[in-house]
Write a protein that binds this ligand. Structure first.
Ligand SMILES: Nc1ncnc2c1ncn2[C@@H]1O[C@H](COP(=O)(O)OP(=O)(O)OP(=O)(O)O)[C@@H](O)[C@H]1O
Ligand SMILES: [Mg+2]
Length: 235
């Protein structure tokens, strides 16, 4: 039995500019992603990957067509309702970890819980648990400057999962890491997908990073050029 649908694009367009300068970043994209999937998004620069990710993460809305997230027509929600949906269900990880400097790992991970009004003691417990889940026991009180790139990305992942999101949106999460650190982060994401059932949509330029995902969607000029399951998933 297949898992319920998490994400659907129904003839989604995203266009910028007017007249001759008009650019179609997405041109009638149809897509369906189910809960629990781990999907890699690939494609050349300018093909629409980040545009699609911004819609998937409820940060942006289509110009035309329908974007549904968890059965909700998210493209037609106002800004505040989209923010609510995002805060409840989506975690984000970016290429440049986006941690607050001069702020410890634990405090960085606690941030999304502060926005949710979680009490201080509970916040600290949940942050410590999330840091343990990403393998950072003993580093909780280090600031970003005292952590390696791979460790900083682990803090960013802990911050993204501390709220127990349904979906993790990751735009080139290993873009700044060396090969060994890249594989460690990908093993971590694979484990979170398997153990927590966390759905993951991740942009990458590297085929060996995409190989960790169960499915690879390639964008080209704002279209989906191919959509393939890895050998293991297809079996
Ligand atoms: N805010 C914007 N205003 C105007 N054009 C935009 C805007 N955002 C994206 N575009 C255009 O839309 C197209 C797709 O951009 P997008 O950022 O989605 O590409 P991408 O696949 O993520 O590329 P990269 O691999 O370089 O990150 C590009 O032609 C880009 O110039
Ligand atoms: Mg991009």
């Amino acid at each position: 039995m297949s898992a319920p649908l998490l994400i659907t694009f129904d003839k989604v367009w995203k266009s910028y500019g007017e007249g001759e300068a008009r650019v179609h970043a997405l041109a009638s994209v149809d897509l369906a992603i189910r809960r629990g999937e781990f999907v890699a998004i690939m494609g050349p620069s300018g093909s629409g990957k980040s545009t699609a990710m911004n819609i998937i993460g409820c940060l942006d809305t289509p110009t035309a067509g329908t974007y549904s997230f968890m059965g909700v027509d998210a493209g037609r929600l106002d800004r505040n309702r989209r923010a609510l949906l995002r805060n409840l269900y989506v975690g984000f990880v970016f290429q440049g970890y986006n941690l607050l400097p001069r702020t410890t790992a634990a405090e960085n991970v606690e941030l999304p819980l502060i926005y949710r009004g979680v009490a201080a003691r509970k916040r600290r417990d949940l942050a410590m648990q999330a840091l343990a889940e990403v393998g950072l026991v003993g580093r909780e009180h280090h600031t970003p400057a005292e952590l390696s790139g791979g460790q900083q990305q682990r803090v960013a992942i802990a911050r993204a999962i501390v709220t127990r999101p349904t979906l993790l949106v990751a735009d080139e999460p290993t873009g700044n890491l060396d090969t060994a650190r890249t594989h460690e982060i990908m093993e971590l994401l694979t484990r979170l997908n398997a153990e927590l059932g966390l759905s993951i949509v991740m942009v990458t330029h590297e085929a060996d990073v995409a190989d960790y995902a169960g499915r690879t969607i390639r964008f080209l000029d704002g279209h989906v050029a191919s959509d393939t399951l890895t050998a293991e998933e297809a079996a």
